[in-house]
Write a protein that binds this ligand. Structure first.
Ligand SMILES: [Zn+2]
Length: 307
């Protein structure tokens, strides 16, 4: 391994860890958004405070994940419990940002642009794929890479934003049982434009994904007589724009499988009544993450071993 390859690995590793840390910080802000937006409060003022005793949090009480662990999940003043949801969303955002950074194409790392040597041996975390070729021809959806070591910087940026949005609606669904229009409708536009302009999906695929995503929830809502909310359908506008139609369907099937497993489990344990609603967006989010990173591999496995 030459000096060039080593510097490549080093830069990509620094980037991954840096985005992990930034991800947890942004995840912390997302917690504020998820708590305040359904209450129609400003996300900027006042400063973060304990919802029980109103005591404003000091900077050392705002360190993502660590503060929660050190303070034992309690407010330092009134000892009210602080939900485990907060550190989980911070950690999840950090992990998603780091995972996405590890899928950055090596050709977009600074060292590759400075050096005249063509990038030969790809380090394990940054596997190069001829993304430009497959995307411009744009016919075989299975060949088009999605989060597979082929991201351009612009695409990485759109994905980072997408994970923030997904974490925000997980938060609003858990705290207030809603996917607020004020988040989901602008997001649908942002991720259509982001996906189309950076080539996460081709324009037709991004639009088809939105139509399929919204349509399938709308249809299920019709069949089940309103058991699924239109909030979920509006959330699927953004997911569809980022995943394209095929993976959007896959993500929904996975969400139902995850939701069913947990739902049946909770019901058997007597923790969920027959007609009780439970937040479905967390399952949509987990399924969307799994699909974005492993969706194509899962389909290939399914075709090989089941069909
Ligand atoms: Zn307190």
């Amino acid at each position: 391994m030459g000096l060039f390859e080593i510097s490549q690995i080093l830069i990509s590793q620094i980037l991954v860890w840096l985005l992990f840390v930034y991800g947890t910080v942004f995840g912390s802000f997302i917690n504020v958004v998820a708590y305040r937006v359904p209450r129609k409060e400003s996300v900027v003022f006042p400063r973060s405070h304990c919802p029980t005793c109103q005591h404003a949090l000091a900077p050392y009480e705002l360190i993502p994940v660590l503060s929660w662990i050190v303070l034992g999940g309690k407010c330092r003043h009134c000892k009210a419990r602080v939900s485990v949801r907060y550190p989980i969303i911070e950690l999840a955002t950090g992990v998603l940002w780091a995972l996405s950074a590890s899928r950055l194409s090596a050709t977009h790392l600074p060292a590759a642009q400075l050096s005249a040597t063509p990038f030969s041996a790809a380090p394990p975390s940054v596997v190069t794929q001829p993304s430009v070729v497959t995307q411009s021809s744009g016919h075989a959806w299975a060949a088009a890479p999605l989060l597979a070591g082929s991201l351009s910087l612009e695409q990485l940026g759109v994905w980072l934003l997408f994970w923030l949005y997904l974490m925000a609606v997980v938060g609003t669904d858990l705290t207030a049982m809603v996917v607020p229009n004020i988040l989901s409708l602008p997001a649908a536009l942002v991720f259509l434009l982001g996906s189309g302009f950076t080539g996460v999906q081709s324009w037709p695929m991004a639009i088809a994904g939105m139509v399929v995503g919204y349509g399938m929830i709308w249809l299920i809502r019709l069949i089940s007589r309103g058991r699924m909310g239109l909030g979920d359908a509006k959330l699927y506008l953004s997911i569809g724009a980022m995943l394209g139609p095929w993976l959007t369907v896959e993500s929904f099937i996975l969400a139902c499988v995850f939701g069913l497993i947990v739902g049946v489990g909770l019901r058997l344990a007597g923790r969920l009544g027959r007609r009780e609603y439970f937040a479905f967006v967390p399952y949509i989010a987990i399924a969307t993450v799994v699909t974005a990173f492993y969706g194509r591999a899962l389909i290939q496995m399914y075709i090989q071993h089941v069909l």
